[in-house]
Design a protein around this ligand. Structure first.
Ligand code: AQP
Length: 333
């Protein structure tokens, strides 16, 4: 069966960027039914930067609740927590020995996150993309729906697969395709339209969390950075206005319309009114999800049961692929 794999870090709460850039597409692949779909909370990735243990545990369960509330069906998709399927980390070690230092050093996420302080960054942060390649390739997944920011890591995944196949003279790991699609592949910060919306941004007002209530959502959009000009009549008029462009993109994505269609209706409108409309739309779309998340979080034992079951199903796939990999590499079994 052709497979789709993707993951999200439990490094904080889910935000609108994760939802529109990733989860909406995860649900879409599940609904298409053309591929087996595997979705993962990547807790091993989360600890590449410091995490408080209690918060990590809560964020992992909350992320699971977010997947379920957004429409991931644990019967039709395989829903797992990374550390519960040990073959991810085991294959990652092999890939640490395949990937080259120089490849990793060129990763922009590494450069952004380690910054000038690479000496003090964790070894895990440096090796992050090799673990990501293992997450995908331990399922022989061919399609990986992600936001725009993950494009470079997916190219590296192909490089690792190709080098492994070449070094060992096999055609074992497939070439994966990044699937960067949907109306919002790059949702930007509400405080800076040139920076992506992210969990790790210290300013909570920079993002809409899936758990925010209606009043908080309205307040965050109201305080979102914009400029004093009214809305243009078409997308071309958003040139040089990244903050406004971001808000219009979010509106269009939430409403399932094109940016031009939204602007045709709102042309000439003041941003203050548009922000109110946007808040209403966001609340209408997100409040059923946050309500359902809160309900699911009331029974963490049920979430844990579900994840244990997901891990069992996943390992039917990952154990044989790891065994075959070890065999190719020459490990005595
Ligand atoms: N702003 C975004 N717009 C569109 N897609 C996004 N994704 C993340 N941010 C946006 C996509 O969500 C999936 C999970 O990514 P992640 O777990 O790395 O989430 P994050 O919010 O990017 O996490 P952090 O901790 O906040 O990381 P950094 O340090 O990168 O800011 C991916 O498919 C991602 O593309």
């Amino acid at each position: 069966t052709p497979r789709v794999f993707s993951g999200i870090q439990p490094s904080g709460g889910l935000h609108l960027g994760n939802y529109l850039g990733a989860i909406v597409n995860f649900v879409d692949w599940q609904e298409r039914g053309t591929h087996e779909t595997v979705y993962c909370m990547v807790d091993l990735h989360a600890i590449t930067v410091p995490q408080d243990p209690a918060a990590l545990r809560r964020n992992t369960r909350e992320l699971c609740a977010g997947f379920l509330a957004s429409g991931i069906d644990p019967e039709r998709s395989i829903l797992i927590n990374q550390s519960q399927v040990p073959e991810h980390a085991q294959l990652a070690w092999i890939f640490n020995c395949v990937a080259r230092m120089g490849w990793m050093e060129r990763m922009t996420q590494w450069k952004d996150k380690a910054g000038a302080n690479a000496e003090r960054a964790s070894l895990g942060l440096f090796a992050y993309p090799a673990l990501m390649a293992a997450d995908i390739l331990i399922y022989h997944a061919t399609h990986v729906p992600v936001g725009e920011d993950q494009k470079q890591h997916l190219e590296l995944t192909r490089d690792i697969a190709a080098k492994f196949n070449h070094d060992y003279g096999v055609e074992f790991f497939p070439m994966t395709e990044p699937v960067i699609e949907g109306a919002a592949t790059r949702v930007m910060s509400l405080k800076d339209g040139t920076k992506k919306m992210s969990k790790s941004d210290a300013v909570d007002g920079s993002r809409i969390n899936l758990t925010d209530d209606a009043a908080t959502i309205a307040k965050k959009f109201k305080k979102a950075k914009t400029d004093p000009d009214p809305l243009p009549g078409e997308a071309a008029g958003l040139e040089g206005r990244p903050d406004v462009r971001n808000l219009v993109n979010i509106y269009a994505a939430l409403d399932g319309r094109s940016v031009d269609a939204v602007l045709a209706e709102k042309a000439g409108g003041q941003l203050g009114y548009f922000k109110q409309d946007l808040a209403d739309l966001a609340v209408a779309k997100l409040s059923p999800i946050s309500t359902e998340m809160a309900r699911l979080m009331g029974d963490p034992a049920e979430i844990d049961r579900l994840l244990a079951r997901g891990a069992e199903r996943a390992r039917e796939i990952t154990v044989p692929i790891l065994e075959k990999t070890y065999d190719i590499v020459g490990m005595v079994r």
